[in-house]
Design a protein around this ligand. Structure first.
Ligand SMILES: [Zn+2]
Length: 443
């Protein structure tokens, strides 16, 4: 490994070895996250090249790192973004220790955060430092935001809070997690995803209402549990009624030439191109409402008057509370008594244009690298901090870091799971991509 490759591999290893699990675990809530360890490590690493760094913390052990190479002109500003926390582990399920950052003989770096997302945080930091070392003076600001508490968010010490207390951080463009997977399609073509948006959430609770009775005489009263059974039958798996949207039309155009007249047929055709697309595309065409939690009586001999199910509803950008309520009531239909309540407030999805300078820069980089893959603008079914950047700063926010040596099934298997790993060649590739991106956008 030569200079930059060694540098990014070692920095990724350093970050993985700092346990920033965003869970109480055995450590107590006062140690949840502990992202300050990573923020301090990154600060020390970057200050070495004379880069301005600040720790901005709402709670001392959960600091965010803000660094910047100031622009000399008024070109658009760009932010390199990443989160420094990770989801918890069960070490018993891992082949290598989850915080050991072991590199095996095949060039795989194992550890929690190898994909989500200490790899990308490290690559962005190395690119920033390399740009500063080279004496590069951009016309627009280049920010580096390494933030806490993305995986849980309940403590509100990460990106949302940072943007609120720091109105000076308003990048025009940003690059974060959420894309860069290469999909090899059955027809011989390859696609590389770029995250252009994220779905939102608005969980619902449906409570079937009947009349209580004693479990020894089932016909007495009106047991709410069988009523809930009918509710569950109508909800089914919670797949949406397919509806058109600009972004899905765009994806279908890239994949199969267009949505045609029959959206379901188009989804089936595009889904047959790759196993991941088969489950992912149908979840993108409307409000999903997966039933996940249920409850009825708390005593075996009591038939309850109420039994409930919670639906994990995921929404397209632009969907309102009223839209979700209409969709759930439409799915439930007539002839059952139920109450509908909303355990949490709506978190809106959002998206950025599926074209523009970042997408152009990605295509240009892939072409220069002679990567034979088309860019597939994609909507994420999960959450990222890009949502807060779009909301607070109107940032055109995207998710991309190229994974050409780490296959999509390896990424999917390790994501929030045991045996998370990344191929070390992708770490250098990501550094090179970010160097190229900054030079193209900020000049
Ligand atoms: Zn993540």
């Amino acid at each position: 490994m030569d200079g930059l490759h060694r540098e990014v591999v070692e920095l990724t290893q350093d970050l993985i070895r700092l346990d920033t699990s965003n869970a109480d675990g055995g450590r107590g809530s006062e140690h949840r996250g502990d992202e300050t360890s990573v923020a301090v490590h990154l600060r020390d690493y970057l200050e070495d090249a004379g880069i301005d760094c600040e720790l901005v913390a709402r709670e001392p052990h959960r600091a965010n790192l803000v660094a910047r190479i100031p622009g000399t002109g008024d070109a658009p500003s760009l932010a390199f973004v990443g989160h420094t926390d990770v989801v918890p582990v069960d070490a018993r399920d891992w082949t290598h220790p989850p915080f050991g950052a072991v590199i095996d003989d095949g060039g795989w770096l194992h550890g929690r955060g190898a994909i989500d997302m200490k790899n990308e945080v490290a690559a962005r930091a190395v690119a920033l430092k390399e740009l500063a070392r080279s004496g590069w003076q951009p016309e627009g600001d280049l920010w580096f935001l390494a933030v806490a508490d993305e995986e849980d968010g309940m403590a509100d010490v990460g990106m949302r809070w940072l943007l609120e207390v720091r109105p000076d951080i308003r990048p025009d463009l940003s690059i974060n997690e959420g894309g860069g997977e290469k999909l090899d399609l059955v027809d011989g073509r390859s696609m590389i995803s770029v995250g252009v948006g994220e779905k939102g959430t608005y969980p619902a609770r449906v409570t079937a209402t009947g009349e209580a009775g004693h479990g020894s005489t089932p016909s007495v009263g009106n047991n709410a549990v069988p009523l809930l059974g009918e509710v569950l039958r109508r909800i089914g798996k919670g797949m949406p009624k397919p509806q058109r949207s600009e972004l899905v039309d765009h994806m279908l155009t890239v994949l199969i030439g267009g949505p045609g007249d029959d959206l379901q047929a188009a989804l089936d055709q595009a889904g047959s191109l790759h196993p991941e697309l088969r489950h992912y595309l149908p979840a993108l065409v409307g409000i999903t409402m997966a039933p996940t939690m249920v409850g009825g009586s708390s005593k075996r001999n009591v038939m309850p008057s109420r039994a409930w199910v919670e639906l994990d509803c995921r929404l397209l950008p632009g969907t309102t509370e009223a839209d979700v309520e209409r969709a759930v009531r439409e799915r439930l239909g007539e002839g059952i008594d139920y109450e509908l309540t909303w355990p949490e407030h709506l978190i809106a999805g959002s998206s950025s244009p599926a074209q523009g300078p970042i997408l152009d820069a990605i295509s240009a980089f892939l072409e220069a690298e002679q990567v034979d893959a088309e860019v597939l603008p994609s909507l994420g079914t999960g959450f990222t901090d890009s949502v807060y950047l779009r909301a607070a700063a109107g940032t055109a926010a995207y998710g991309f870091s190229p994974f050409l040596s780490t296959p999509s099934d390896v990424i999917a298997a390790g994501f929030h799971n045991a045996n998370e790993r990344v191929h070390i060649d992708d770490l250098l590739l990501s550094v090179r991509f970010h160097l190229d991106l900054a030079r193209r956008i900020l000049r």
